[in-house]
Design a protein around this ligand. Sequence first.
Ligand code: NDP
Length: 304
Amino acid sequence: MYDVIIIGSGPSGLTAAIYTTRAALKTLVIAGAKWGGQLMLTTEVENFPGFPEGIQGPDLMANMRKQAEHHGAEIVDVNFIKGDFSKAPFKVEAGEKTYEAKSIIIATGADTKWLGVPGEQERIGRGVSSCAPCDAPFFKEKDVIVAGGGDSAMEEACVLTRFAKSVTIVHRRDEFKASQAMLDKAKANPKIKFVLNSQIVEILGENVVTSVKLKNLVTTEESEMSTNGVFVAIGHIPNSAVFPGIEVDEKGFIKVHEHTKTNIEGVFVAGDVHDRQYMQAITAAGFGCAAALEAERWLEHQEG
Ligand code: NDP
């Protein structure tokens, strides 16, 4: 019987594990067969405090894992299959075993929604990105494209203008999901241009990105536009579908009732699986810390 089972091994899950183990709680992390989350797919991380020269995403995750293990976390690299959170002790089926715990922290993250066009996946980190705050400095004085028409696209575009020479927002409609305030801000920025009613249908380049093929969805005309980078900001897919009984919002993000608590007592949530606002490694780590402290308090209260 574990005090806490943490499902997920990105910055939120591993930070939660560091806190729960240091609080002497018997902790199991269901890390997934591919452990470490989205940072395992990035290169240089320059915005995680404590690394003045930056750090490679996989190295940062390896450090977090080592730190959690150093404090006694048991980490298994198997996939979560299903959970029974209907009554305590909670049951978690993962790999070929069933584990039991008094409390659960869900930290399964979210995946970037990609365009799914030819030339995209193989150029992630070589001109294709989903995180302007992480990668904008690599595009100093370059021309970049942002795909999307929501708040994320507007925000990514504004962040990019601090470095890039020009930013073109390519959006599939001529109306926007973005809030008026964020749209106005983007429109007022002299570095930002808009290409509307258009879809990126292919990303091109020998090794790094050099252009995209665009399709005008009204005229069906295709054209090529030179660019050094493509920032995809068309939303995220939270990994929440596998938790029956856990309340989610209309986009699938887990609903937080109060201080990392889900609708089920004893089940807490941390990171991108509930956070549709910030989605940064450092905020995920912060939520992991908060969920661990809440789980610790809740367990104390149960036993006290
Ligand atoms: P949204 O779902 O709001 O917007 C996604 C955008 O991407 C839409 O314009 C959509 O087009 C477009 N899109 C979706 N799929 C495709 C596709 N396959 N090809 C081309 N375009 C596509 O997601 P966001 O990530 O922008 O925002 C998520 C939430 O986070 C929102 O609630 C937002 O308000 C919030 N947020 C808030 C911020 C802030 O306040 N600072 C910053 C960032 C996000 P279409 O419009 O045609 O559907």
